[in-house]
Design a protein around this ligand. Structure first.
Ligand SMILES: [Zn+2]
Length: 113
């Protein structure tokens, strides 16, 4: 017996596609933001340090989003598997709300702690 009904699978697939689309848009923006830190002479020392700090935050966000996008694209093929919706660690069903919010995480709340 599949864990999710066809209707639920359809909902999950739709969510994954939405999130893939959002992540792709986000990546384009982050790529522009992380492209360059202005040279020394154009801004003061403090704001240059700010810019560098922001850059490392944005770089991390970029890597996170890129990673998530990869996971989302990977998980969309798994929705049809019968055990999709069960935690891959403990085997218990994952709350459907959680699947919709974080479809790329295949573990339940307890196991993700
Ligand atoms: Zn679990």
């Amino acid at each position: 017996m599949p864990v999710l009904s066809d209707k639920q699978k359809e909902q999950v697939r739709k969510k994954i596609n939405e999130q893939i689309h959002e992540s792709e848009k986000e990546l384009i923006i982050l790529k522009e933001v992380t492209a360059a830190v202005a040279p020394d002479n154009s801004i003061g020392r403090i704001s240059r340090m700010d810019a560098i700090n922001n850059k490392s935050v944005n770089d991390a966000a970029y890597l996170n989003t890129r990673n998530r996008l990869k996971q989302l694209k990977n998980v969309i093929d798994k929705v049809d598997e019968d055990n999709f919706g069960n935690c891959v660690r403990c085997g218990h069903p994952i709350a459907f709300e959680r699947i919709l919010i974080m479809p790329e995480k295949r573990v339940c709340v307890n196991c993700s702690r």
